[in-house]
Design a protein around this ligand. Structure first.
Ligand code: V07
Length: 254
């Protein structure tokens, strides 16, 4: 029991890993990292302190996922709806990619992680765009797990953009109307080239999709927890993967 508590703090030990690796580990895990503001409020701290703490948690989760053989993690960092938050909070959030670059990226390099972005980056402040592009560029030679940040992302507008691009390509004769299929629609989404998530995790007790990857999550397993994102540990990730594996055992292959 004590051993288990120690493990909880440190991440996963080899026995934990071995038991998970006996079955299929999800290739792609998508995470809605919710509860940062509430975490801070509970401690009498400003909401932004929760966002900062939330960012520092990413590394341990990426590391644990990568060790387990997860190929892609998509993290919902900023939604198109998040612009409605107070100005000071938005300003703080827009500075996080820079902070990520200086504090977290060196460790991501050690872990061979590839950073990618899904979302309308060109509508972000220039300094945010610069940091994001540097993160993508500096990790582009890595060969490990893809860490895909959904940044200024909203799924309906993504789908709408795909419609518009398809209309244009039909008019231009690049594709024919008859070519429009599920596979083609997928190609026009911002996530093209990425597999669809096998597992969606949402922290902090909310059970909504909040305009996140509506098309891509059509067949995914959902796993919800009341744990707030800053409190999320590799042990929780393992719990989610175990639940996924259990469902695969029950429903898979029939
Ligand atoms: C953000 C930290 C995690 C908790 C949830 C919201 C706040 C990492 C990034 C990031 C994005 C792109 C990139 C490098 C890092 C980030 C925002 C918010 C806006 F190339 N965390 N994080 N961006 N949060």
């Amino acid at each position: 029991m004590l051993n288990k508590l120690i493990k909880k703090r440190k991440g996963l030990d080899e026995a934990d890993e071995a038991s998970l690796l006996e079955e299929k580990v999800p290739d792609h895990i998508a995470i809605i990292m919710d509860g940062n503001g509430r975490w801070a409020k509970q401690r009498g701290m400003p909401r932004v302190a929760g966002h900062r703490e939330g960012m520092s948690v990413i590394r341990s989760i990426v590391q644990a996922g990568s060790r387990l053989g997860v190929k892609t993690m998509t993290l919902y960092a900023f939604s198109t709806e998040n612009w409605k938050r107070p100005r000071t909070e938005v300003d703080f959030l827009m500075r996080l990619p820079e902070r990520f670059l200086s504090v977290e990226l060196p460790k991501m390099m050690e872990d061979n992680v590839i950073v990618r972005i899904t979302g309308d980056v060109h509508k972000l402040p220039q300094y945010t765009q610069d940091a994001v592009h540097r993160a993508v560029h500096e990790t582009s030679g890595n060969t490990g797990m893809i860490l895909n940040f959904a940044l200024n992302y909203g799924s309906r507008s993504e789908i709408l953009d795909a419609f518009h691009a398809m209309y244009e390509d039909v008019e231009a004769g690049v594709i024919a109307k008859e070519d429009v299929s599920e596979a083609l629609v997928s190609d026009y989404l911002m996530t093209n080239g990425l597999r669809e998530p096998d597992l969606l995790i949402r922290t902090s007790g909310e059970k909504r999709l909040s305009n996140f990857m509506l098309w891509q999550l059509a067949y995914s397993e959902f796993w919800f927890t009341d744990v707030l994102w800053p409190d999320f540990t590799p042990e929780h990730l393992k719990e989610a993967i175990e639940a996924y594996q259990q469902r695969q055992r029950r429903y898979g292959g029939v």
